[in-house]
Write a protein that binds this ligand. Structure first.
Ligand SMILES: Cc1cc2nc3c(=O)[nH]c(=O)nc-3n(C[C@H](O)[C@H](O)[C@H](O)COP(=O)(O)OP(=O)(O)OC[C@H]3O[C@@H](n4cnc5c(N)ncnc54)[C@H](O)[C@@H]3O)c2cc1C
Length: 367
């Protein structure tokens, strides 16, 4: 067993963790990023093959490195993975991959934290939890367990391509971005039913020139209007954290054109091994793709930081009740843009400054 002390430990080398490390490094603060996956970007590589960003390359760069390629192209999942790897390399960020933090607690003397990493111990003054916007623990409703064994079931995190599915009708549960993308893709090959609530839509075609006008306005609103400081932002925060955001690229008319039957209902139970909806309908299907999202799993953090709604009790990522503990990359950490590449850099900079400020103060006082 080894023990190492680091000023700031960043848990997770996705966009949030890397942007935080970038800003800490610029402020001259020591940090180490630990990442459970073997390779930076694996959190993107594992998504379904057809995933393309809805944010164009020009808006998807992190601070200090523009996203390469045509500014109005929409990068695929492997492009983003490669970009994140390049980002860490270019800025020489201290990342240790293949390293999962399995426990985090206060040090016995009350100052700083102790993190367990396999057999080893890391101690730190600050810790930034950057383990995912909505969490990374796949969530499926209880009904999944009661479905007939002959029905092929996949969570969206396991879905890669339509060929994984059995012949016959496919039910996609959850009309989120991934749900709409997957229903649209599967419907090209087989009968598809989408079940889920309508979360609204941004009324512009993602393939049109009109997007070049609408997107900057949308990002301005996401960054400066829909924030935790405004009533409309706080309402949006609840909606996004619990129901997801509005439809962007794939919309109702695209799904209809492909013959997707969209039922605005919920799967609430099982009848004779088949899924039953809250309107009483029972669906005779061969496959289910559960696009029902993820849950935050903070069970490894031995500190009272999770509120009744399952989200950390923070504001802008700062946990006032646990000095030195921060979160980065949470959905609506500060604004609607916190959830995406174009916004995470601002949140990361805010946290890095918060972390560096007391340290600078200590130097001034001590020196
Ligand atoms: C279908 C879909 C479409 C999307 N489209 C867009 C888009 O168009 N534009 C956009 O900007 N964003 C998009 N997003 C993604 C959004 O930006 C994600 O929320 C993003 O991946 C969040 O980055 P993150 O760094 O907060 O977390 P993640 O990317 O989830 O990274 C967290 C990292 O933490 C690691 N980790 C977790 N627990 C531990 C632990 N205990 N110890 C060590 N490491 C740990 C994980 O392995 C992971 O690598 C999309 C996402 C999806 C699913």
């Amino acid at each position: 067993m080894t023990t190492q002390h680091i000023e700031t430990l960043v848990v997770g080398a996705g966009q949030a963790g890397l942007a935080t490390a970038y800003h800490l490094q610029r402020l001259g603060r020591e940090c180490l990023v630990v990442e459970a996956n073997d390779r930076i970007g694996d959190n993107w590589r594992c998504h379904y093959e057809s995933l393309r960003l809805y944010t164009p390359a020009k808006a998807s760069g992190l601070p200090g490195l523009a996203f390469p390629g045509d500014p109005w192209s929409f990068p695929g999942k492997d492009d983003i993975a490669g970009y994140l790897e390049q980002y860490a390399l270019q800025h020489d960020l201290p990342v240790r991959t293949g390293t999962r933090v399995t426990a985090l607690a206060r040090r016995a003397n009350g100052s700083g934290f102790v993190a367990t990493v396999g057999e080893d111990i890391l101690t730190c003054d600050n810790v930034v939890i950057a383990t995912g916007t909505f969490g990374r623990a796949p969530y499926v409703p209880d009904a999944a367990a009661g479905l007939d064994a002959g029905i092929r079931q996949l969570h969206s995190s396991e879905y890669a391509r339509p060929a994984q599915l059995a012949p016959g009708v496919t039910l996609v549960v959850g009309a989120s971005h991934s749900g709409c993308d997957i229903a649209y893709e599967v419907a090209a090959e087989r009968p598809t039913i989408l079940v889920g609530r309508d979360t609204g839509r941004i009324p512009v075609s993602w393939e049109s020139r009109g997007l070049h006008v609408v997107l900057p306005v949308m990002f301005f609103a996401w960054r400066h209007v829909l924030t935790r400081r405004t009533p409309v932002g706080r309402r949006m925060m609840k909606h996004v954290r619990h129901h997801g955001g509005p439809m962007l690229r794939v919309k109702r008319e695209h799904l209809a054109a492909r013959g997707v039957e969209w039922i605005e209902a919920r799967v609430v139970g099982v009848t004779d091994g088949l899924p039953r909806l809250d309107d009483g309908r029972v669906l005779d299907i061969a496959n289910v793709v559960w696009c029902t999202g993820f849950r935050q799993d903070f069970g490894w953090i031995d500190l009272p930081v999770v509120g009744e709604d399952g989200w950390p009790t923070e504001y802008r990522g700062v946990v006032e009740t646990e000095p030195g503990l921060f979160f980065c990359g949470l959905a609506f950490q500060y604004s609607m843009s916190s959830t995406v590449l174009p916004g995470v850099g601002r949140d990361a900079e805010y946290l890095a400054r918060r972390i560096a400020a007391p340290a600078r103060h200590r130097v001034r006082v001590g020196g």
